[in-house]
Design a protein around this ligand. Structure first.
Ligand SMILES: NC(=O)C1=CN([C@@H]2O[C@H](COP(=O)(O)OP(=O)(O)OC[C@H]3O[C@@H](n4cnc5c(N)ncnc54)[C@H](O)[C@@H]3O)[C@@H](O)[C@H]2O)[C@@H](O)CC1
Ligand SMILES: Nc1ncnc2c1ncn2[C@@H]1O[C@H](COP(=O)(O)OP(=O)(O)OP(=O)(O)O)[C@@H](O)[C@H]1O
Ligand SMILES: [K+]
Length: 494
């Protein structure tokens, strides 16, 4: 699914109207009906429902929702924010339709007209949607503040009023909704952490916009889908052997950080690799060799670091950032030409030696979390800037950039894919190490760097989601999640 700009969403609307065909007012009616069905079936009806409407089509949705509720004998009061404009055609038509049912329609010209709103109310925010073109000010900002202070349950229609679809609204007044009912597809503004306190829980309502439009449309950002990932999984032919699936090397672990090496190694072994060698300090060798029978080992301190024969290399988990680790990084840059997975301490080392970025082998995968991303590429003003920076960097460098987070972004060659699997149970040390192991295993098996990354990131989150069948988000450990990588592969084959 593509993440569209406000203009593209308008075009999708117009395309549907032309090709379904359906009238614009009927499309609005369908959207409103889906909202009402969702509100009723999720048990959000309260004795007092206050619907705040702007005069654009978002407000039109609000008016149609009010009428559909009233037709089911559910009382609702409408407040229309006056801001000079006459209102869109569909707004006007819905206002006429509502007038025939109720006189309980109020116009707000100044804060004196604000109704009291309290905890017991359900507020429906239909003030502004995808048409917002500047920050809210004056009366518009005041009504948002009034609603936000009320303690009422707030359901935002399409997006919380005040949010821009594809740029930051940091510092602007925005409705803090408990729920957002967004139409047809997720929007970029509903994917970023900086807006999480505004949009609350998000439900995407399928209002039947024409699917063909997406085939004719291009967008920078899109969402990964199960079907797409499942299609890319390589078969394991009967006559294959361990050599078919590659020999991976993980350079991981150090004194006190051998857990990182073990987690990465276990995840690598559970992700289909043919052979695995782990490079560890001499003193830590027994930990690896007694815990993981399938892994071979090489000694960190030994001089001869030959990388010949490895189909892929992952470096970083728990290696530390001391000079000896820097020397290994430099050696790898000079002596290995295939893609490498760069994570954790190795990313920090690259951040300290930015000139080395130019030397990364083409197709290498960088997996920074936002802090590591900052160390590598400098600070960003907001989450949208960081996303756009990752996209720009992916045009500049022949690398796959994995910006980890709730919705991890994978940037490659000027495009970005958001992952939709995973949960907050993964917000624990070790989750990143697991991902490094998985990506290294997939590269070793001959997946292209992009294919390895989207598949690994998706499976990583999916294993964590499947772990919730037997664990809570609090209790689940990366070790549990690794044991469910198998279930995740099976789930893709269903
Ligand atoms: N396919 C779709 O996307 C559909 C969209 N619909 C609704 O239509 C909405 C978009 O409608 P519109 O394009 O009319 O836009 P909005 O309803 O978001 O409102 C924009 C109006 O407010 C004005 N405005 C923008 N920013 C302002 C500000 N800061 N202060 C004061 N006024 C401001 C604009 O000039 C315009 O008149 C969607 O969010 C959705 O709710 C639905 O009716 C169903 C179909
Ligand atoms: N709330 C969340 N929702 C979904 N995924 C999450 C969430 N929190 C963390 N993750 C995922 O877990 C992984 C965490 O990796 P990250 O490197 O940031 O932290 P870490 O686990 O401390 O790292 P390390 O394994 O190096 O100790 C990432 O892939 C991230 O996308
Ligand atoms: K809204």
């Amino acid at each position: 699914m593509l993440l569209l700009s406000p203009q593209q969403i308008q075009q999708w609307d117009a395309y549907t109207i032309l090709h379904e065909p359906i009238s614009s007012i009927d499309l609005m009616e369908r959207a409103a009906r889906h909202c009402v069905d969702w509100i009723i079936s999720n048990d959000h009806i309260r004795t007092s429902i206050k619907i705040f409407c702007g005069k654009g089509n978002n407000g039109g949705d609000g008016l149609a929702i009010a009428r559909l509720l009233l037709q089911q004998q559910i009382p609702a009061t409408v407040y229309i924010l006056e801001f000079g404009a006459k209102g869109t055609d569909d707004f006007q038509l819905n206002l006429q339709r509502l007038h025939s049912l109720t006189k309980d329609i109020h116009f707000i010209q100044s804060p004196d007209f604000f109704p009291p709103v309290g905890k017991e109310d359900l507020v429906i925010d239909a003030l502004f949607g995808s048409g917002l073109n500047r920050p809210l000010q004056d009366l518009n900002a005041a009504i948002v503040q009034h609603i936000n202070q009320s303690g009422a349950r707030i359901i935002a229609i399409d997006v919380p009023s005040g949010l821009f679809l594809d740029k930051s609204a940091k510092g602007n007044p925005v409705v803090t909704a408990n729920y957002t009912l967004t139409f047809q597809s997720l929007k970029l503004c509903l994917m970023v952490a900086e807006n999480a306190r505004y949009f609350g829980e998000v439900a995407v309502l399928d209002i039947g916009l024409h699917p063909l439009f997406l085939q004719e449309t291009e967008a920078t950002f899109s969402l990964l889908s199960k079907e797409e990932i499942a299609r890319g999984i390589k078969p394991r032919p009967g006559f294959s052997h361990k050599g078919t699936y590659g020999h991976a090397l993980l350079i991981a672990g150090n004194t006190g950080k051998m857990g990182a090496a073990l987690l990465a190694a276990k995840a690598c072994l559970r992700s289909g690799v043919g052979l695995l060698t782990v490079n560890v300090p001499k003193n830590e060798l027994p930990i690896l060799q007694t815990s993981l029978h399938e892994a071979m080992a090489t000694i960190r301190e030994e001089e001869d670091h030959s990388y010949d024969g490895y189909a892929s290399i992952g470096i970083g988990p728990g290696i530390g950032t001391a000079g000896s680790s820097e020397a290994i990084v430099r050696n790898l840059l000079e002596n290995y030409a295939k893609p490498v997975v760069w994570d954790a301490d190795a990313v920090t080392i690259l951040g300290k030696n930015k000139q080395w970025l130019e030397q990364l082998s083409p197709g290498s995968i960088l997996t920074p979390h936002p802090k590591e991303f900052e160390r590598l590429f400098g600070a960003s003003d907001n989450d949208f800037d960081r996303l756009n920076k990752a996209i720009e960097l992916s045009k500049q460098y022949p690398l796959v950039i994995v910006l980890k987070g709730h919705y991890t972004l994978i940037a490659f060659n000027g495009k970005g894919w958001f992952n939709t699997t995973g949960n907050a149970g993964m917000a624990k040390g070790g989750s990143g190490d697991m991902l490094t192991g998985m990506l290294t295993a997939l590269l070793a098996q001959g997946y292209t760097p992009l294919q390895a990354t989207v598949t690994g990131v998706y499976l990583h989150g999916l294993s964590a989601d499947l772990t919730l069948e037997e664990q809570s988000m609090e209790s689940m450990l990366p070790s549990d999640t690794i044991e469910n990588i198998g279930k995740a592969f099976l789930f893709l084959k269903e």
